[in-house]
Each structure stands twice: as structure tokens, then as C-alpha cells.
Design a protein around this ligand. Structure first.
Ligand SMILES: [Cu+2]
Length: 118
């Protein structure tokens, strides 16, 4: 019984220190840039992260000024970079929502906006 408890304690300590040591994948920068204004609807949105991504569990959705989805669907992932093509949606505020699984097996998500207009 004592052996079982000390074994569990070791497991707990190991998982705590693992989550402390790991950095996760956070958004480093994006194109169009976070919060920026661009003249024309971009053909695609690209995000760069602080860690490499697992392609199977990483996704982006982009909604246009009237709340409609403007992303073409499947994100393309290469290393620490994720892109999705856009269908275009006029001028106004675009919302980008991302969710990624990094190679350290942790999931992170977030969102930002950019503007399209003169
Ligand atoms: Cu992590």
C-alpha cells in the first residue's frame, strides 16, 4: 500500500514538473498582422507559433464582417506555421480563431481580429 502511494506521488510530481517545463504553442505573429488594417481582403491568413504543430489536430476558422465563414476549410500546416485560404468577404472586421496541438501534446487556442478597408 505504501509502495502504491509513493508511486502515485511520483507520478503526480512528474506530471507537475512536465507541465511547468513545457512552453506550449502560442501565437508568435500572423499575416495579416494582429489588429492591423489591410486595404484588400487577403487571399490567406498565416499564423506562426512558438512551437511545431501536429497537423491532425490544428485548425483555423475565419469569419468576415457579416459573421459568415470566409476560410476555405482545411488549414495547411508546416512546422510552426499554419495557413488557410480565404474566399474574400468585403470590408470590415475579420475574426480569426485558432486551435492547435503542439508537438509537446498540449492544446492551446486563441483569437484575434484584423480590419479590411481603405
Ligand atoms: Cu505545452
Amino acid at each position: 500500500m505504501l509502495r502504491l502511494i509513493s508511486g502515485l506521488m511520483l507520478l503526480l510530481l512528474a506530471s507537475l514538473s512536465a507541465s511547468d517545463a513545457c512552453a506550449h504553442a502560442f501565437l508568435d505573429h500572423a499575416e495579416p498582422r494582429v489588429g492591423n488594417k489591410v486595404g484588400n481582403p487577403p487571399r490567406e491568413v498565416t499564423l506562426w507559433f512558438t512551437q511545431k504543430l501536429e497537423a491532425a489536430f490544428s485548425s483555423i476558422t475565419v469569419t468576415g464582417p457579416s459573421g459568415q465563414r470566409v476560410d476555405a476549410g482545411k488549414a495547411r500546416i508546416s512546422g510552426d506555421q499554419m495557413s488557410v485560404s480565404l474566399k474574400g468577404g468585403g470590408t470590415g472586421t475579420y475574426h480569426v480563431n485558432w486551435r492547435v496541438l503542439s508537438v509537446d501534446t498540449h492544446t492551446t487556442d486563441g483569437s484575434f481580429t484584423f480590419q479590411v478597408g481603405p
